[in-house]
Design a protein around this ligand. Structure first.
Ligand SMILES: [Mg+2]
Length: 252
């Protein structure tokens, strides 16, 4: 479908920005990987659990409140909005657990590719240049106007925003970033219970679990977070998303 307009581009960081602390699902995922590796090698278990599902945890509060509403809102406001994620998580976790669970819980779809730490600098600062080159390349098919340099400038200048909880996380264009307060919701759950007894008998798993359990993690409940609720309100008055707009959003 060819679009005669220009897109608006929203890029979201994931951890502590659109979700809280994901340590428990990640812990479950790591155990799952250990079991899977063993399955593949030794055929210990006929069936290996293939996908991690933490949609319920996300819906209980791990997904930042009002994120869903915010996405709905910008889709309505900007008919040509294109939504991306850019996380410093690993490629594997991002593509095999993290993103599709968020998509399910929030009932949205992010554009591909999902940007991961592979696009960041060695010091883990993020690079808008790296991701934007790819975004433009991909979007040219849908928005032929992006073939023209002046239109790409127009999108860059007036239709682009990146949201992250770490201040100045974009090494190249910090002026394009809206910094959000850290969202730290975290809930302990019994990860072990998610596995079959037989699965937990695999060599090495016990040690792994013991090491992980020795880290004392605490529940944190920040359910009342209203960052995205307030952002909807602010965006109601915004048309162009330029440097000044982003500056104002950061200040108020
Ligand atoms: Mg973050």
């Amino acid at each position: 479908m060819k679009n005669k307009n220009l897109p608006y581009i929203f890029i979201f960081d994931i951890d502590n920005c659109i979700i809280g602390n994901v340590e428990y699902p990640l812990y479950e995922y790591e155990i799952m990987q250990l079991i899977k590796n063993n399955c593949n090698r030794k055929d210990i278990l006929k069936k290996c659990k293939k996908y991690i599902n933490f949609v319920k945890v996300l819906r209980q509060g791990l997904l930042r409140p009002y994120f869903r509403e915010f996405i709905k809102f910008i889709k309505k406001k900007y008919k040509t909005v294109e939504i991306y994620v850019y996380t410093n998580s690993s490629y594997h976790w991002t593509h095999n657990g993290l993103v599709y669970n968020i998509e399910k819980a929030a009932n949205i779809k992010f554009n591909k590719p999902y940007f991961t730490r592979d696009y960041s600098h060695l010091d883990m600062s993020k690079s808008l240049t790296n991701v934007l080159n790819i975004i433009f390349k991909k979007l040219k098919k849908k928005y032929p106007l992006l073939n023209y340099k002046n239109n790409r400038y127009e999108v860059f200048n007036n239709r682009l925003i990146f949201i992250d909880n770490i201040k100045d996380n974009l090494a190249d264009f910090p002026n394009k970033q809206l910094t959000c307060p850290e969202y730290k919701y975290s809930k302990k759950y019994n990860v072990i219970k998610k596995f079959k007894k037989k699965e937990l008998e695999i060599k090495g798993i016990n040690n792994y679990i013991k090491t992980k359990l020795s880290i004392n993690k605490k529940n944190e409940n920040t359910n009342k977070d209203i960052f995205f609720k307030k952002l909807i309100k602010k965006f109601k008055k915004i048309k162009n998303i330029n440097d000044q707009t982003i500056k104002n959003l950061n200040e108020n």
